[in-house]
Design a protein around this ligand. Structure first.
Ligand code: NAD
Length: 691
């Protein structure tokens, strides 16, 4: 007798045979699970029906992505689905937790699906850069028609309740799922089930115009990403071709995309986001403090956003301000922000009220801080002010409480020196708008201990952020690297580009916004103030600011802006650029797009490598995750270090050396780490493995 496979457990409930997928933690459909399901279906012979369920907290998160790119070991998912569809008795999927990707495809191949309340079902393959590859694009449209586009091209999961409304889950059942599913199956065993592959009602009467109209909003903002278009073509095949031919279109799209660079980049980021949250040198038993009350000092742009994030995720938070007026202004801004979300339909009134009730404000600094389990400071960016605030915090906070600063440029050790607990002082660098941006750079000072790091990491995760631990230096990781791009922007403008040329190239690459439009959004006076403080000049940027062009807030910066904040290329700026070039005797020339891209990205890569040399970031992936989550870098490009690896570090070194020579920018001299890796034939990816 065959041994019971380890990854699929069997149980008999009367005449219903139950197959339990047991591959913790998320029941990915690895080879052993697929084989176990096939055997299980055979072993079920004689039963009146079969129920497939997941053990633990999920049905199944789908394919085992670590098996991608390796020789395929049978049976395939398709083999399993063929067996389900050939089964003489109904096979019912019982879904709880998540049924995603291949997990949902498994359920779609079954005769029926039931789910526990609140279960999530979806096909997120598009977000990993490919298309569902086991019939999802063919079966789902046959069950729900054009609505399938949103789920497959958009990639967002829906609740089981919504799935029932849409028509691809048969029922939401209450009570312990296995029993409820068996009961439902038994009650419905006499029913004539039509397999998804045999349904035609929802795909009849294909109308190309209606199809394209449904596609349009879903692909409007995908910026050069290939997988949404692959999904569209696969779904179109469901409407225009017989099932088997549609499967072939799907398979071709899957194989093409999964082998492509974009999918590799997206998977690099998907796994990287998990890895980056694990701090490498933290003792295994390091635990954060229990935080039931957050206090945020300063209710300005950042303080308000941080407080909203806490309330959004159920953590009570108090804002401390210096005056009643400033406090009221801060709280009003949070309210207005939430109200806008309610108006747009993305937040219910009840949920808004729940969040609002978790947010309070006060001007009584000592009293509030005395009750805090964690303090995050977000006052003006000035060392004297920060030191004064931290001196007061240290006296008012209970011993052992972690004191964090949201500073974006100041020395954490300097701030910590104002306290008697430097080991509990840490940077928590949020990004603007803080209630929206996922990235959180946690900054470790020289004295910061494991408790402080664990607390900042845990609280960050809890309030919906993606915390990445970085070292203490000017600009930390993200801003420090982006800062190295500035001099090249200036030089490119001088040598031949206009703002719109540079932004077009960067946005064409997939960046959310080009560097000049970003400057206009943030305010060009900020950069000017930094240059002044550092005693540096940027002739064009300085001339633009001198002309009163401070960015969107003055309706003109590198661009002119109309009343809808639409950017319009500026004649005045063009003249400023031409005049400056003439004055500096620079002969302008046509600059190719590739040169623009390389001159903007390579300085960042070089600085990223220096950051690794210094240990300011622990791993290359941390840098990539920072750029994708905090700086509008498209995930399907994988981040700056991934980009460099793709180019090859020899080429990176040679190009850096070339641009250093022709532009005279010493910052572009390839750093020691790049020299070393290029000489050894190494890459940032191999560096990660060696560490
Ligand atoms: P802001 O000027 O909008 O807000 C600062 C607030 O702090 C003001 O409302 C002020 O009244 C209050 N404040 C000042 N001293 C205080 C005190 N002693 N006690 C209580 N409240 C006090 O500034 P912001 O843009 O929110 O920046 C705050 C911090 O966040 C700075 O360190 C900044 O560098 C950092 N930061 C800003 C951004 C950004 O994009 N704005 C991004 C990341 C980090």
């Amino acid at each position: 007798m065959a041994e019971t496979p380890r990854f699929v457990e069997h149980a008999r409930d009367g005449d219903v045979h139950v197959l339990r997928i047991a591959n913790a933690p998320v029941n990915t459909l690895r080879t052993e699970v697929r084989a176990g399901l096939l055997e299980g279906l055979k072993a079920a012979a004689g039963a009146k029906a079969v129920v497939i369920i997941g053990s633990g907290r999920n049905f199944s998160a789908g394919a085992e992505m670590t098996e991608f790119g390796k020789p395929r070991v049978p049976p395939s998912l398709t083999d399993v689905f063929d067996a389900i569809e050939a089964s003489p008795v109904p096979v019912v999927a019982a879904i709880h937790g998540n049924a995603l990707g291949g997990g949902l495809e498994l359920a779609l191949a079954c005769h029926a699906r039931v789910a526990a309340p609140g279960a999530q079902v979806g096909l997120p393959e598009v977000k990993r850069g490919f298309v569902p590859g086991a019939g999802g694009t063919q079966r789902l449209p046959r069950l729900i028609g054009l609505e399938a586009l949103k789920i497959i091209v958009g990639g967002e999961p829906v609740s089981a309740e919504q799935a029932v409304k849409l028509g691809f889950v048969d029922a939401v059942v209450d009570g312990p799922l296995e029993k409820a599913a068996v009961d439902w199956t038994r009650a419905n065993a006499g029913r004539q089930f039509t397999l998804a592959r045999n349904r035609t009602d929802k795909i009849a009467g294909y109308d190309a115009a209606a199809f394209d109209a449904a596609v349009k909003p879903l692909t409007a903002r995908t910026r050069g990403q290939e997988s949404p278009l692959g999904c569209v073509e696969a779904v179109r095949a469901a409407f225009t071709m017989p099932f088997e031919e549609g499967l072939k279109v799907e398979r071709d799209q899957f194989q093409r995309l999964v082998a492509g660079e974009q999918s590799q980049a997206l998977r690099h980021i998907f796994f990287g986001e998990r890895e980056a949250q694990r701090v490498p040198d933290l003792p295994a038993d390091a635990k954060g403090l229990t935080v039931n009350k957050l206090v945020v000092i300063g209710g300005g742009t950042m303080g308000g956003g941080i407080a909203m994030s806490a309330a959004n995720f159920g953590l009570p938070v108090t804002i401390v301000e210096t005056s009643a007026e400033a406090l009221e202004k801060g709280l009003k801004r949070c309210e207005a922000n939430w109200e806008r979300t309610v108006k747009s339909g993305r937040l219910s009134q009840a949920e808004y009220e729940k969040r609002r009730a978790l947010l309070s404000g006060t001007t009584e600094f000592e009293k509030a801080v005395g009750e805090a389990d964690l303090v995050i400071e977000a006052v003006f960016e000035n060392m004297e002010v920060k030191k004064e605030v931290f001196g007061r915090l240290d006296k008012a906070a209970r011993p052992g409480v972690v004191l964090a600063s949201n500073t974006s440029t100041l020395d954490i050790d300097g701030i910590a020196s104002a306290t008697k607990r430097p080991e509990l002082v840490i940077g928590m660098h949020f990004f603007s708008p803080a209630n929206v941006m996922r990235l959180l750079e946690n900054v470790r000072g020289s004295a910061t201990n494991a408790t402080a790091i664990a607390t900042a990491t845990e609280v960050g995760k809890r309030i919906g952020k993606l915390p990445v631990l970085v070292g203490n230096c000017d600009g930390f990781v993200g801003n420090r690297m982006t800062g190295k791009r500035g001099p090249q922007v200036e030089k490119l403008l001088l040598e031949g580009c206009l703002p719109q040329d540079i932004d077009r190239v960067m946005e064409g690459y997939g960046m959310a916004m080009g560097p000049l439009a970003t400057g206009d959004l943030a305010g060009l006076d900020i950069g000017a103030a930094v240059r002044k403080a550092r005693g540096t000049v940027a002739p064009i940027a300085d001339a633009v600011v001198a002309a009163g062009r401070l960015g969107q807030k003055t309706s003109k910066g590198y661009y002119d802006y109309d009343e809808n904040r639409k950017r319009i290329p500026s004649k005045e700026v063009e003249q400023i650029i031409l005049d400056t070039a003439e004055k500096m005797q620079v002969r302008r020339r046509k600059i190719e797009d590739q040169e623009i891209l390389e001159r903007l990205l390579l300085p960042m890569v070089n600085e990223g490598a220096r950051i690794l040399e210094e240990g300011v970031a622990s791993r290359p992936i941390d840098i990539d995750v920072i750029f994708v989550n905090g700086f509008g870098w498209p995930a399907f490009r994988g981040g700056p270090m991934f980009w460099a690896d793709r180019m090859g570090l020899k080429a990176v070194r040679d190009k850096l050396a070339h641009y250093a020579e022709v532009t005279g920018d010493r910052n572009l001299q390839p750093c020691a780490l790049i020299e070393k890796l290029a000489t050894e034939g190494g890459s940032f990816a191999t560096l990660k493995r060696a560490a």
